[in-house]
Design a protein around this ligand. Structure first.
Ligand code: CS2
Length: 490
């Protein structure tokens, strides 16, 4: 098994941590120890620790999984080591990751994350809990009706990231001293500011207005843009890791594309030298963030929803399909660029680079995963550019197709005719809409768009949008999806 003792036995081409992982001290608390975190912040932190030598050892990560206790146990069994499989289109580079100092499960009371946050050695708290972990309404405020949030307000040991942050910051305030910097690494628009507001909303809802005020005054929440395509681990990845590691077993390897980007806004406080792995510091995160959220994540949603309907269940297959690939490229260049402050040539270059990344045949990224939690992703990734395009009288063909495809997933799901799992905080309501308005595409489109939590205020020229989405939904239902796509690119 991969653990500290096995490191000396690994083949010479495996990249190893260039420091003694047993000597790390946790200076970073992370919430959301999923594959993305393990292929992103851990990688940059490992490079920073190696670059800083002895001093860097204080930047070990205490990394908490929010929902997967078995992952924290497996990490602990492996001395918190795992392999990163960097999937180049024509080969894999294998590196052992060792910047996690401690693996925790948020639901374990002994983990006591609020106390760890308040430990003076913890200088940074990073988060990757996905957009749905922020419990936001379509206008970016905390959704006070979310069941998990209400439960957290009632119980002593918080389970949501917002509850943990509020409780931990409450302790810092009580004990005095400087709070850690809180660094959201999620694909949420204006992620730092949005998180700050959600934590303050949470504190106020818990009746602690003073804490909310203290957070506003004292805690820094820089914005960030993070980018790396990181699929879920498959049995093949585990097999490939074993083979590459010369027979040493790693039960939790992480596959990832070669691309890595981390753009961080003004950061006031001690931190690892993440520049060692290419992190960029700027006071204009917003431009990068909007380009990424709209062009990458928005196109991902289109490829996922429509690809799955067309029998192309991975992003690589969907992006390689001649018709769908062209629709996605056009969607990025002509719709999702709305409000992105790049020169036209840079938009084209960015879109081309994205298409190449999407087509990487070594990355098996399932539509099913990207299609998850669409209701939390729609606002920033699709609706913001769509509104701007409608207002400017520009076409919205791609956005209309995407939304119709999303509705079609729930219509099929409701009839048990979708052969993939659907996960969404609003799944129950969305399925019910499809059941009640069976075969009535207009009523379905109307009811989806009326979901204020998802779509916010009505789209401009609302009636026209309902009609366009209903029309596309009818085509996706009655015609062969590949034929519809070919027709759209003609
Ligand atoms: C994907 C992202 O699941 C999704 O929503 O679009 O996880 C995407 O792969 C990353 O943001 C890439 O940086």
């Amino acid at each position: 098994m991969l653990d500290r003792a096995s490191l000396t036995r690994l083949p010479a081409n495996i990249h190893l941590p260039r420091f003694d992982t047993a000597r790390l001290r946790p200076g970073i608390l992370h919430l959301g120890c999923g594959n993305f975190h393990r292929a992103h912040q851990v990688v940059a932190t490992q490079a920073a620790i190696a670059a800083e030598g002895e001093d860097g050892l204080r930047w070990g990560i205490a990394s908490a999984t929010m929902r997967r206790p078995e992952l924290s146990h497996q990490l602990a069994r492996q001395d918190n080591l795992y392999s990163l499989l960097t999937r180049e289109p024509h080969g894999t580079v294998v590196s052992v990751m060792g910047a996690i100092a401690e693996a925790l499960f948020a639901g374990d009371e002994r983990a006591d994350l609020p106390s760890r946050l308040a430990d003076p050695e913890t200088r940074i708290v990073t988060l990757t809990v996905t957009a749905s972990g922020y419990y936001l309404t379509a206008d970016g405020r905390l959704n006070a009706d979310a069941g998990d949030i209400r439960a957290d307000l009632r119980r002593g040991t918080p389970r949501t990231a917002l509850g943990i942050l509020a409780a931990g910051l409450g302790r810092v305030r009580a004990q005095g001293g400087a709070p850690p910097v809180i660094l959201s690494c999620d694909n949420v628009a204006h992620n730092g500011g949005t998180l700050a507001q959600a934590v303050m909303d949470f504190a106020s809802m818990g009746g602690d207005e003073r804490l909310a005020g203290w957070i506003a005054e004292n805690v820094r929440f820089p914005d960030t843009m993070v980018d790396r395509i990181v699929p879920a681990t498959t049995p093949q990845d585990i097999e490939d890791a074993r083979h590459a590691l010369g027979g040493v077993e790693d039960a939790i390897p992480v596959p990832a594309e070669p691309w890595f980007q981390w753009v961080i806004g003004e950061f006031d406080g001690p931190r690892p030298r993440w520049e060692a792995h290419g992190a960029q510091f700027t006071n204009d995160v917003a431009t990068f963030e909007r380009a990424k959220l709209q062009m990458l994540n928005g196109a991902h949603m289109l490829l996922a929803y429509i690809g799955a309907l067309a029998g192309l269940p991975t992003i690589a297959e969907a992006a390689t399909d001649p018709a769908l690939g062209r629709i996605a490229a056009r969607f990025m260049r002509e719709e999702q660029n709305a409000g992105v402050a790049f020169a036209p040539d840079d938009i084209t270059r960015y879109a081309d680079a994205l298409m190449e990344r999407f087509r990487n045949p070594a990355i098996v990224h399932q539509a099913e995963r990207i299609g998850r939690n669409g209701s939390a992703k729609m606002a920033a990734r699709v609706l913001a550019p769509m509104r701007a395009n409608i207002e400017a009288g520009r076409p919205t063909t791609g956005a209309t197709l995407l939304i119709a495809g999303w509705i079609r997933w729930f219509a099929l799901h409701e009839q048990d005719a979708l052969d993939l799992a659907v996960a969404d905080p609003h799944a129950g309501t969305l399925r019910r809409i499809c059941a009640e308005a069976r075969h009535d595409h207009r009523a379905q489109a109307e009811a989806f768009l009326a979901m204020e939590d998802v779509f916010g205020s009505p789209l401009p020229h609302h009636e026209r949008q309902v009609a366009a989405i209903a029309g596309m939904l009818r085509r996706l239902t009655d015609e062969s999806v590949p034929d519809v796509l070919r027709d759209i690119v003609r």
